[in-house]
Design a protein around this ligand. Sequence first.
Ligand SMILES: Nc1ncnc2c1ncn2[C@@H]1O[C@H](COP(=O)(O)OP(=O)(O)O)[C@@H](O)[C@H]1O
Ligand SMILES: [Mg+2]
Length: 243
Amino acid sequence: MATIRRDIGAGHYFIFDDTLVSHPNEDMFSSHFWQLQNKVTGQAKGRGTTIFIQHEQQQWVLRHYKRGGMIGKLLSDQYFFVGVEHSRAFKEFRLLSLMQRQGLRVPVPVAARVHRRGLIYRADLITQNIPYSRDLHHMLCEAPLSNDDWSNVGKALAAMHNCQVYHHDANIRNIMMDNNRHIWLIDFDRCEVRSGESWKQSNLDRLLRSLRKEKEKNTTFHWEFAQWQYFLSGYKGAINAPS
Ligand SMILES: Nc1ncnc2c1ncn2[C@@H]1O[C@H](COP(=O)(O)OP(=O)(O)O)[C@@H](O)[C@H]1O
Ligand SMILES: [Mg+2]
């Protein structure tokens, strides 16, 4: 892949993989545009708005960056501009390509755009859809994972940590499984490469908290604390000991 950055003036910036997209434009990042062409195949409602697109043999996932919480109610999709390389979309795009180059199972970044107006910007990201995948929250509402699956989830987190990547929101909804039972990690907004080891445990704590919370919230949620040990043994077996 070759990453190209193109600044087209008037506050418009694109970053894209030129083997997947030749000419990025504003329309590509508009859900309305895709709806008019009947190319939207689904949507996911998380913090942001995510739509699934079928376009010329490609399956894309388009996410508009949105804020959560109190500030989100006022400034739902606006961020303070301090340079395009510091934008949420460009950082996530570059981190995904770095992880992809290291062989991690993460979404392939296709293109991102930033639109600046004065002091603020809005941003969007397109990734390739992970074929035949579902997030673990969905899966656990239906059936338990095997001990081997849990061990593989641990291995996936360890592989990410071996690349020194910190996940800002390592919850069960940001882990996917495909039809070959391979584990994929998603949603790298505000994630980053960090040095040291001490932050790694906080990602594991976050995941355990999210499992406990979902177990309380959902009447059927097929997860027991006893299975956490299989996650941990997968993780510990795969994590590089710090030198
Ligand atoms: N590349 C992808 N392939 C398949 N599904 C995806 C992909 N990216 C996101 N999704 C789905 O969309 C949901 C929301 O995307 P996510 O990146 O987690 O955004 P957020 O949680 O900020 O709304 C995910 O939980 C997942 O179900
Ligand atoms: Mg998410």
